[in-house]
Design a binder for this molecule. Structure first.
Ligand code: GP9
Ligand code: MN
Length: 412
């Protein structure tokens, strides 16, 4: 039955601060179009790094410091086996993905109250652009359920030998061919772009590479920087084209890395590149992905150091667009809130707080990056957080496994 949903609602309200302590950014992007770019496999560790004297991501390095950009530098992906689809799911629903399988496949028929549906009710045209086949990750089914109006997929693009490699249509061509569709949408639109080029195994035809490969012991990592650079160039090119097409000024841009691209199997190469040991602490820190919100004309952009995660995207975007959260059930919180619940949970039960990082049963002190030393019989400072995290993940799972939103009235 639906009795548990009330318990979950109570938990969320308790965790949420009653007072509105948010910085007043409510509605600063009201009535704008939204271009949300889910940037395949992009991790923070390439930012501000060089290969043989050349920046890996020169565009993003400047963009994050731009006066119109709000940059969350400690933003974590929270995905599991569902990879890109998990990341989409978290952002759209402010629910956690499952610890095994992909919700997009296993629970595509559930009742949700997702971002595209909400935005649609507010007069937005919600759409997705992704040049892969429609059924990959069961997207065709899920998108309909989540309230998307249109899915521009592979069939809407011209894919040739010249403009494709690896997983398919290369991102530069993808953006260019998306422009007419984007322009013809009724405004305001909420358009999600999912990129493809910077995907494992990160192979790029040599003539398309602008920087050298790395020279670590992992070929995957060595190639990763070249496709990361390609992505950087393609994002810059897309913005330039949107300016030319008159679609820049009145749009809010969101760039988000979907999940890691370099797995822990490449830790020793990673440690060669970063020049430090990849401990459990460092492994968790490597789960940070870009989160940049760009609002042309805003002028007060800055870097936020607070810890945030994909789970926070839905309430944050609604806040910026000036849409009141009425009876929402989100596990995430507005990232501009100054009194947040204090942890970011990763799907494997690892978590980050202001002072600690917990992973693989080890509690690390953030300032020393070393495991916390606990006297015999004393409780680890991570213990109370651990309890909260497992409660929260459990509640989210219950909603999905029990399809509990069937019993909840979002309009009440
Ligand atoms: C596939 C693309 C990549 O369409 O989104 O998916 P991933 O393997 O990263 O989950
Ligand atoms: Mn992906």
């Amino acid at each position: 039955d639906g009795s548990e949903i009330q318990e979950i609602k109570d938990y969320i309200s308790e965790e949420k601060d009653e007072e509105n302590t948010a910085e007043d950014l409510f509605g600063i992007a009201e009535d704008r179009n939204v271009v949300f770019i889910s940037v395949e496999s992009m991790q923070n560790f390439v930012l501000d790094k060089e290969v043989n004297g050349k920046e890996i991501t020169p565009f993003l390095n400047d963009f994050k410091e731009d006066e119109d950009t709000i940059w969350f530098e400690n933003f974590y992906h929270q995905t599991a086996q569902g990879k890109t689809s998990d990341s989409e799911f978290i952002v759209e629903n402010s629910l956690y993905p499952l610890d095994r399988g992909a919700v997009y496949f296993t629970h595509a028929q559930n009742e949700y109250h997702a971002l595209p549906e909400i935005l649609n009710q507010e007069g937005y045209t919600p759409s997705v652009f992704h040049a892969n086949n429609r059924s990959f990750w069961n997207r065709d089914m899920m998108y309909e359920n989540l309230g998307y109006d249109h899915f521009y997929s592979q069939r809407e693009y011209e894919v040739t030998d010249e403009n494709s490699f690896g997983w398919g249509l290369e991102d530069k061509a993808f953006y260019e061919q998306s422009l007419p569709y984007l322009k013809n949408q009724e405004k305001p639109f909420y358009s999600k772009f999912i990129t493809l080029t910077h995907h494992f195994p990160f192979e790029l035809p040599e003539k398309k590479a602008s920087i050298d490969k790395l020279e670590t012991s992992s070929n995957t990592l060595n190639q990763y920087v070249q496709t990361a650079r390609y992505t950087d160039e393609s994002l810059e090119g897309f913005l330039t084209r949107l300016k030319e097409e008159g679609l820049y000024e009145n749009t809010m841009f969101v760039f988000m890395g979907d999940h890691y691209g370099i797995s822990e199997f490449h830790n020793s190469a990673m440690s060669e590149f970063l020049n430090k040991e990849i401990t459990g602490y460092e492994h968790v820190q490597l789960q940070r992905v870009p989160m940049m919100i760009h609002i042309p004309g805003y002028g007060e952009g800055k870097k936020y150091e607070k810890i945030t995660g994909q789970i926070d995207m839905k309430p944050t975007l609604l806040h910026l667009l000036g849409i009141e959260e009425k009876n929402e059930l989100n596990f995430g919180e507005n990232m501009f809130d100054q009194n947040r619940k204090g942890f970011v949970a990763l799907r494997d039960g690892s978590f980050i707080t202001e002072d600690y990082i917990y992973t693989d049963s080890v509690c690390y002190q953030k300032d020393s990056e070393e495991p916390v030393e606990v006297e015999n019989g004393e409780e680890s400072p991570c213990a109370p957080w651990k309890e909260k995290v497992s409660k929260e993940l459990g509640y989210s799972d219950d909603i999905i496994y029990g399809d509990l939103f069937r019993f909840y009235d979002f309009k009440e």
